[in-house]
Ligand binder design. Sequence first.
Ligand SMILES: Cc1ncc(C[n+]2csc(CCOP(=O)(O)OP(=O)(O)O)c2C)c(N)n1
Ligand SMILES: [Mg+2]
Length: 655
Amino acid sequence: MTTEQLAVNTIKALTMDAVQRANSGHPGMPMGMADVGVVLWTKFLRVDPTDPTWPNRDRFVLSNGHGSMLLYSLLHLAGFGLTMDDLRRFRQWGSPTPGHPERLPELGIEMTTGPLGQGFGTAVGMAIAEAHLRAVFGSDLVSHHTYAFVSDGDLMEGIASEAASLAGHLGLGRIVYVYDDNNISIEGPTDIAFTEDVLARVAAMGWHTVDVDGHDRGALEEAIIEARAVADRPSLIAAHTHIAHGAPNLQDTAQSHGSPLGDDEIALAKEAMGWPVDSSFEVADEVYALFAEAMARGTEARHAWERRRDDVFVADTDVAAKWTSYWIPDPIVVGSLGYEVGASVATRQASGKALNAIAENAPYLLGGSADLAPSTNTLLDGAGDLQAGSPEGRNLHFGVREHAMAAAVNGMVAHGGLRAYGATFLVFSDYMRPAVRLAALMEVPSIFVWTHDSIFLGEDGPTHQPIEHLASLRAIPNLWVVRPADAGETAEAWELALRRTEGPTALVLSRQGLPVLDRSGKEGLVHRGGYVLRDGKDAVVVATGSEVTVALEAAEILARDGRSVRVVSLPCWEAFQAQDEEYRSGVLGIGLPAASLEAGSTLGWERFVGTGGLTLGIDRFGASAPLKRLAEEWGFTAELVAERIESWLEGQSAT
Ligand SMILES: Cc1ncc(C[n+]2csc(CCOP(=O)(O)OP(=O)(O)O)c2C)c(N)n1
Ligand SMILES: [Mg+2]
């Protein structure tokens, strides 16, 4: 038996053993893709276990993350710091081998996968990052491939079509995806639901495609060589495989997808491949040696890259400084953008101005919109379009593909060396949500710009008017949602987003003009999530975004009646929650009757106003009308808010 075959058998055996031991997991895919895994990892993938995060490594994404044992086996064999003991603890509490891969670049896990389609879309972002950085720094510094394994499920997902279309348009020739074309998904043979010609579909989107026997390693090698040679188009290699390859009774069955094979079937499979039946978690030295040799080539590639980099940096110290500024950016300071207090400025407009001011000094910042740049104000002046022929451009046109946009932004950021944003209307954040959640889970600091943030976008009506979105986004752990009240807060919100490195930030911005507030003495407080804008001792109103102005005006009206009402601007719940108790209670004025005011779902506001507090919001769908009429109908004018608070306060003192 060749060492290569022994390596394939080793992956199959490790997979069967680990899944059986955990009594849960997905043995079918790793067994079916073991041949592909060995070919790619020992012959092509340029990674270095002695320095897993070196910038110019190839990126490898296992989009069909249910087959995590394939990745864990490969990482273990390649010496990435996953021990045999870690494999034994597959799917156990605290192990680095959870059910689905969780991003940990230090261990060689480039992203979290499991939700099908996300790996497909995110890796497109990694390839965009590579193309852009290569154009900016030259191929001595950046030149690598992005590989992914994708499954039937990945390709059935809508996001894969969006992302494939985008990748084809951009001509991302460094993408090489291998499709685990096994005709099986959970409910049975794929022909119960999935009968299209997948290769014809992506070919029509501008991809290079090829069909191979996924167990013929020679043919796979040829196909990968061919795919790498296609420089102007992404490649999809359909590898015809057998799920649970080598399991005599369970090969080609849906049953092998997500259940342990069972001791008897494992014994038969091991016997059939000439493996000692009573051994488990065994790796022969020659298999380690095969991988060590391949990884040594990765280490040498890294050394060669470091030598080239040092030469470039010595020859041109500006490039050295620029490289450092991309990979280790200085903290952003926006400063005053020269607005006059009282001027009417939509926060989306202020965002566009802040973004452009920042981008001038932050060349590593790029992004775009899902066909709404003129509305989201996210175009970078003079930065050029990122297109196939101009990868150095920094304005991305994602097309009307919100989900792929979010995944691609995650991929660009996860790649390293860049910060990226994606923009659309807040109501369409629903079309991005799975990728936004994944950014939060991966702790990737993507930036999402969502404008037209309330019913006050007006005439477009309830289809375009967000209601539950703020509440539902705030419910995502580790996503920071910032809804600034005016132009000044907006600039600070961008600062906050860019300083954040441990997770994504959403900027939620108004379509309509809002008066620039007098925030003198309160600059920088957006970073603390919330602060007192106007002091008062009888009651407190906590508001965000466009409702802060309404709250201030209502407080003014109430003051005429002798009520002293404090107004708190609370642009970011999550930043506020991160403050110490003393700061928080100082701002909220614990003990005061408290009301919240936000043009959206009231869900969650009890957190700040208490269960006895008054929550002014909108718990129904919006309506198509001019915004003034909507404010009158639903009690959001300053007068109506003042009245509602006054009668509530009267009720309070009566009881
Ligand atoms: C978005 C999403 N929907 C559903 C699932 C549950 N799920 C996991 S794998 C899978 C499909 C399995 O078929 P395939 O992708 O072909 O993988 P194979 O069984 O061939 O390994 C499904 C529906 C998921 N992980 N992600
Ligand atoms: Mg399948």
